[in-house]
Design a protein around this ligand. Structure first.
Ligand SMILES: Nc1nc2c(ncn2[C@@H]2O[C@H](COP(=O)(O)OP(=O)(O)OP(=O)(O)O)[C@@H](O)[C@H]2O)c(=O)[nH]1
Ligand SMILES: [Mg+2]
Length: 228
């Protein structure tokens, strides 16, 4: 019984991996640097993208993933960003085949020209998205201070695939006994090569520091070892 379940899951993942490799070629052809953003619901993914748009650090488009509603894509369009909303229904993660459809629509509408980045905002979930390669260059994992500083060790798979870990909502850190030293030492244990940033949406300098690092990653064509 257990073996059957294992075999089926292997088959689904390898189908996704084939599609992710095709996506990688498409991104390369268009010279697009692609970033997969993952976190629990409400950690601040869309807010961070809004801040990138407001401060106009670079040019980007977004593929949004949510179970329902177009709310996040609408929020970004209001900031002048080309955004495509995927609604997954009951699927707790994005898969490469979903990204391919969204990518093809954005591309045929001419909405992927002359960009620095294509961001993929994954479905809010600290578990499943970590297992699905979307062909991205790098992965960013956000963790907000109200979620607690024990989450790196409790959800290690997600933090193991992170190239960048971003602690968000540092403005309210003191109310949640969130300890940054715990975060850094736990990341050092499971994924010492990932880089840690601490941001909040009321302090533009923290957002700019992250934006500058993303530009550096793009300029140096940094590609994640987790993205196969
Ligand atoms: N205090 C504080 N609140 C923040 C910060 N960043 C985001 N928020 C708030 O957190 C809430 C959720 O933010 P979103 O950006 O929608 O979170 P998300 O990760 O996109 O959520 P999903 O798309 O549902 O997974 C909103 O009410 C934001 O205003 C921050 O730096 N500080
Ligand atoms: Mg969002």
């Amino acid at each position: 019984m257990d073996k059957k379940i294992y075999d089926v899951s292997q088959k689904i993942l390898s189908k996704n991996d084939i599609k992710a490799n095709e996506l990688r070629q498409k991104y390369k052809h268009k010279k697009l640097y692609v970033i997969n953003m993952m976190s629990s619901p409400g950690s601040g993914k869309t807010t961070l993208l809004e801040n990138f748009a407001i401060n106009d650090y670079f040019k980007f488009a977004v593929i949004e993933g949510d179970l329902e509603t177009n709310r996040d894509a609408d929020r970004l369009r209001k900031r002048g960003i080309n955004a495509y909303q995927i609604t997954t229904g009951d699927a707790c993660h994005l898969e490469a085949s979903m990204i391919e459809n969204a990518y093809d629509v954005l591309s045929s509408n001419g909405e992927l020209e002359n960009l620095d980045f294509l961001f993929i905002e994954n479905v809010g979930n600290l578990v499943c998205p970590a297992s699905y390669d979307l062909g991205s260059n790098i992965n960013i994992v956000l963790l907000s201070t109200p979620e607690g500083d024990d989450k790196v060790l409790k959800y290690p798979t997600m933090f193991m695939v992170a190239d960048i870990v971003v602690v968000t909502k540092s403005d309210i850190m003191e109310y949640f006994d969130f300890n940054l030293e715990n975060i850094q030492s736990n990341i050092n244990k499971i994924n010492p090569k990932s880089k840690l940033f601490v941001i909040n949406n009321k302090d533009e300098s923290t957002i700019r520091e992250l934006a500058d690092y993303l530009m550096w990653c793009k300029d140096n064509q940094i590609t994640s070892k987790y993205n196969y």
